[in-house]
Design a protein around this ligand. Structure first.
Ligand code: FES
Ligand SMILES: [Fe+2]
Length: 456
């Protein structure tokens, strides 16, 4: 691909490990992101459990735009642009609910839950019955995918199917969606969704969740207080002491995650010890998972991202977050919380408390992160500040294409940070893919794995 626009040469220079601040603060680049990323990539929209019955709806977002996730009378799931075809009014102004039709508050056009325009005031008198209603249904996404309860959509008909978009990364995504006992898709969401605004570009939280393992200093106070599920000390200390810590990137897809890889034939460290019932539940799950998953049960997820803006936090707390862009200088965070469907009510309640204490606008850990992103963004906007690139040089050149430890091969390009403590390997991968999306004219340029496969 030629460096036609300069995103993958000047602005994002991964050979040197430098990225221009312009991509975080420049209005024009932001407008292009909406077109080139958010109108073409697969985006997380919600969870099927939010719309269990016909007529149920949940208003979500894709990029800057509001969409309606709903289940029609026949039980089929749809995602529509939340904008009336007549003059663009927001058709649905509730956050969620159940309805036979969406009636536009402005002039009263109404749409069925399958998107069809069915009601037009003065259809006979004013339109002389000449308006072709079949042409004026709600705008629907080009593709939709339901995966283990999660709902994904894209506006681009040429995008590869969602599972192809994920590639082998699906194995890591499953760490967020399967039950802790290894049961396929054995999770559900806790109601409802946390939503809040933060004054920074959406890529600040996105890169943090790709695997910024360097910012421990920010969470020092949390670690001292000891809000970990074990009830004391650092949140993940046990894992750190016995596992390999890996950062895993999928270069051709733009997805990345951290994992803990545990030694062969050793029990997992205990967790939630201060609550015997919860500890017992997880100990039981560990055993079950080993039976079901075999060697793969040695892999436990830590934060990651599905490109471009869906963050995964597979364990303690288990969440999916979306970084919705709200202009170049603002992000709206939406966070969904997951628990095992099969867990006893006491375990779910315990986890709800722990999750809220940890994450979200009032959660102790996430507050630390937001402080950093807010001030980093503000301090990068100035005429002088934006002339100086950020450094992404950490660990450059130390990644490996084929990683194996104690008989288990780990898919993806891996950086072992057990001794190094930290690397910006996964962060670079986010911007590698970002630059490719900003450069590419179509999915023909982006689905590079298809070309590679055809050449084999
Ligand atoms: S804007 Fe919806 S009916 Fe006119
Ligand atoms: Fe953090």
């Amino acid at each position: 691909m030629a460096n036609r626009r300069g995103y993958d040469s000047g602005l994002v220079d991964l050979n040197a490990g430098r990225i221009s601040r312009e991509i975080f603060v420049n209005e024009e680049i932001y407008r292009e992101e909406l077109e080139r990323l958010f109108a073409r990539a697969w985006l997380f929209v919600g969870h099927e459990r939010q719309i269990p019955n016909p007529g149920d709806f949940f208003v979500s977002g894709m990029g800057e735009e509001a969409v309606i996730l709903c289940r029609d009378r026949a039980g089929k799931v749809h995602v529509f642009l939340n904008s009336c075809r007549h003059r663009g009014m927001k058709v649905c102004r509730y956050d969620e609910g159940n309805t036979p039709v969406f009636t536009c508050p402005y002039h009263g056009w109404s749409y069925r839950t399958d998107g069809k325009l069915v009601g037009v005031p003065y259809f006979r008198e004013a339109y002389h019955e000449q308006l072709d209603k079949s042409q004026w249904g709600l705008v629907e996404v080009a593709q939709l995918c339901l995966y283990k309860g999660t709902v994904w959509a894209t506006w681009d008909p040429a995008a590869p199917p969602f599972l192809e978009y994920l590639g082998d990364f699906v194995r890591y995504f499953d760490l967020s969606l399967d039950g802790w006992d290894g049961s396929e898709g054995g999770t559900e969401i806790l109601f409802g969704v946390q939503k809040w605004l933060i004054p920074c570009n959406w890529k600040f939280p996105a890169e943090n969740f790709c695997g910024d393992s360097y910012h421990n200093i920010s969470h020092r106070s949390v670690d001292l207080v000891g809000i970990g599920p074990s009830g004391s000390g650092r949140r993940d200390m046990q894992e750190r002491l016995m596992a390999r810590r890996l950062q895993i990137s999928f270069y051709d897809r733009g997805h990345q995650t951290g994992v803990y890889l545990f030694p062969k034939d050793q029990p997992m460290p205990p967790s939630y010890q201060h609550s015997p019932l919860v500890a017992e539940y997880f100990a039981y799950c560990e055993e079950e998972r080993r039976k079901r998953r075999g060697e793969w049960a040695r892999v436990i997820g830590s934060p990651g991202e599905i490109f471009p803006n869906t963050a995964l936090h597979p364990r303690q707390p288990r969440t999916i977050a979306v970084w919705h862009p709200r202009g170049v200088h603002q992000t709206e965070v939406w966070r969904w919380y997951f628990v095992d469907t099969a867990a006893p009510a006491e375990v779910k309640n315990f986890l709800r408390d722990y999750y809220i204490r940890y994450s979200g606008p009032a959660g102790m850990t996430e507050q630390d992160d937001m402080e950093n992103w807010n001030y980093a963004h503000a301090a990068s906007r100035g005429t002088i500040a934006r002339r100086y690139p950020y450094s992404y040089e950490q660990g450059l050149g130390f990644e490996t294409e084929r990683y194996e430890w104690q008989g288990l091969h780990i898919p993806g390009t891996v950086m072992d940070i057990t001794e190094a403590k930290s690397s910006e390997h996964n962060l670079r991968n986010l911007y590698r893919r970002w630059a490719e999306f900003m450069e590419a004219e179509s999915w023909d340029d982006l689905a590079t794995w298809r070309v590679a496969r055809a050449a084999e």
